[in-house]
Design a protein around this ligand. Structure first.
Ligand code: FMN
Length: 354
């Protein structure tokens, strides 16, 4: 399997499977002398971990990170930062029914066809358990990129959508409820909706909005590593993501240039921000904001038709502990991937004017 690394200079390599002994990673290229508060890493892991509420999978993992190298007396040393997170609550028997069959719309079929061997337990390497390594590395990256600040929240679950722009919301309030939506009334509706879907053994998708503040002008390499292109690649690398849009996104296609142009203020800021804080692949100093759409995940706890490895169609019943809607747990994953992109671009931004 090629390409288990992400980033050009600030680079994460992740390893591990859902039901293996442990998952982890190595962060290469983190500069020396960055103060690291390990408790902040654990807070992000706790925001991602399974079993955190009634609307997430009930797999119970402590997800305690152990750092093996690269941090000494609370600061990075500039050497590789190695870390691991133990798997403690695997129930591999829950997956015996997919040993010889493929779940529709999961990665079972393509892994088998590509590699000819498949760790079917919990989805193996295709499981979003892999993202635990991204959250650790992203949390280290967040501490390196400060004062750049990243906050994501749930904007949509199924057809329940917040229609206001993020600028009219206190987006920090998303952390005050289990669905991570900053509007308490909408949050309640989303929680009830996911609970209903869960009772039916079904799944539902959603959209996460991410807002990045205090970004200096000038981040982004304007040909092949445009800031938005790298953010898009980062987001589309997350399990179950179907779409990425920044700034006006798809809605911008229906506007006129005269409406869509972000006219300047005398200080170089802009009166509107349809550009989403990026022009020509380079940050312009305004907030960067983008949306990430997640599908309703494949594993449904209902009868469904699957394809066996022998090439026959058969009726199967979904089993195991699964997320009815992944967006509440994916909020810290989106933030982590964004932080890795900003850390990398800060380090790449070394060939600008002095
Ligand atoms: C936080 C999170 C939790 C997930 N949990 C599940 C799950 O419980 N069941 C499932 O079938 N897929 C789950 N997924 C999605 C699968 O990992 C993903 O759909 C699968 O690897 C196939 O990849 P694709 O959907 O990107 O094509 C989860 C994704 C995320 C981000």
């Amino acid at each position: 399997m090629a390409s288990n690394s992400f980033g050009s200079i600030f680079k994460l390599t992740s390893y591990g499977e859902s039901h293996g002994l442990a998952l982890g990673g190595i962060i290469d290229g983190c500069p020396a002398g960055v103060p690291i508060d390990e408790s902040l890493v654990q807070i992000d892991l706790d925001r991602r971990k399974p079993g955190q509420s009634k609307i997430t999978t009930q797999r119970k993992e402590a997800d305690k990170v152990v750092f093996h190298s690269g941090i000494f007396e609370g600061k990075t040393t500039g050497t590789p930062i190695g870390f691991s997170i133990e798997n403690t609550n695997q129930r591999s028997n829950d997956y015996s029914h997919i040993k010889d069959s493929y779940r529709p719309s999961h990665a079972d079929f393509v892994y088998d066809k590509k590699y000819g061997v498949r760790d079917y337990r919990g989805g193996g390497r295709s499981s979003a358990r892999e993202t635990v390594a991204r959250v650790v590395a992203g949390s280290i990256a967040k501490q390196f990129i400060a004062p750049i600040h990243i906050q994501a929240y749930v904007n949509q679950v199924g057809t329940l959508r917040l229609d206001q722009p993020y600028t009219t919301l206190d987006i920090t309030q998303g952390e005050e409820n289990i669905v991570r939506c900053p509007d308490p009334i909408m949050a309640e509706k989303m929680i009830n909706y996911i609970s209903e879907i869960k009772k039916k053994g079904d799944t539902v998708g959603g959209v996460i909005r991410c807002v990045v503040k205090h970004v200096p002008v000038g981040l982004g390499e304007p040909v092949f590593q445009k800031l938005h292109a790298n953010l898009g690649a980062a987001m589309l690398s997350i399990n179950a993501v179907k779409a990425f849009a920044y700034g006006s996104g798809f809605e911008g296609a229906a506007m006129f240039g005269s409406e869509h142009n972000d006219y300047f203020n005398a200080d170089g800021t802009t009166k509107t921000n349809y550009s989403g804080g990026i022009q020509g692949g380079i940050s312009n100093g305004m907030d960067i904001y983008f949306d990430v759409a997640f599908k309703p995940v494949a594993t449904i706890l209902q009868p469904y038709e699957s394809l066996t490895t022998e090439g026959t169609l058969e009726e199967t019943h979904g089993k195991g502990r699964h997320d009815p809607c992944v967006v509440p747990r994916a909020v810290p994953i989106v933030e982590a991937m964004a932080a890795l992109v900003f850390a990398d671009h800060l380090l790449m931004n070394r060939n600008t004017k002095i």
